[in-house]
Design a protein around this ligand. Sequence first.
Ligand SMILES: Cc1cc2nc3c(=O)[nH]c(=O)nc-3n(C[C@H](O)[C@H](O)[C@H](O)COP(=O)(O)O)c2cc1C
Length: 293
Amino acid sequence: IKEILKLAPNATVVGTANCKAGLEKHYFGNWKFQTVKTGDTLNLGERTLSFLEAPMLHWPDSMFTYIEKDALLLPNDGFGQHLASSKRFDDEVDQNILIEEAAKYYANILWPFSMLVTRKIEEVQKLGLKIDMIAPSHGIIWRKDPMKIVTAYLRWAKGEAEKKALIVYDTMWESTEKMAKAMLEGISSEGVEATLFRLPVSDNGDIIAALLETKGLLVGSATINNGVLPTVAPFLREMEGLRPRNKLAAAFGSYGWGGGAVATIEKALKSAGMDLVVPAMTVKWVPDSNELQ
Ligand SMILES: Cc1cc2nc3c(=O)[nH]c(=O)nc-3n(C[C@H](O)[C@H](O)[C@H](O)COP(=O)(O)O)c2cc1C
């Protein structure tokens, strides 16, 4: 914006009141600004822009803009993905990658605002707008089937998930890993899909994306200094911040004497709003075959 306004100093910046405040505090420019709010329109000649504020989706300044002539919705951060491509449209890119990236974006950015997502989509639906294309501010434009991502958002926002499990853990000397692998085998043997993620070799963003449509989460850590390994703590912090809805969770880990890791994990998972469905599974030192059973 700063660069464009250097080239077009007479241009007017149009945005919400929060947008104005945010821009001023970022760029300190003395620009011509027109503040708009929900219900306002701006006639550009051939096209008219209609505005619908969408605060906290996902910043306070966020706003949807609709252009009736093109049946085009510009939803700002909504329906976006961090997918950089030389292609612009959904029908030009790999469908699996696209939906995976959209899910990753939702889980990592919008998950905590799920209630607002549902409400905003319902608000747009009530307006009865014809939408042929959705062009988010991040990533690929949805034109082939724009309702595909809207339906996915409603599902994600509701917390609908499949009967699957993620096992996320770290270990120093492999006892906790043995437990993790035994759980993987046990869950899989029941015909339930389970995936193992070792921290920190797995990317937090990928784990969070995988959790979006997964019902169960098992988090394991060896005890160090009465708590979790420093590699596990950031993941727990992510959970507390994102507060994934409708998850069933449990903690596990190996310890040497007083323990402490599983208590830390359980506290974090509870504060993330998850239901702890089984008591924490702990093993002193190395698990024997009975314990693994
Ligand atoms: C630096 C260090 C600190 C530890 N602190 C604790 C502790 O505070 N409480 C405890 O019960 N065990 C503690 N342990 C023991 C480990 O939890 C134990 O060796 C456990 O079996 C390791 O599990 P892992 O094989 O999954 O890494 C500590 C171990 C190390 C190396």
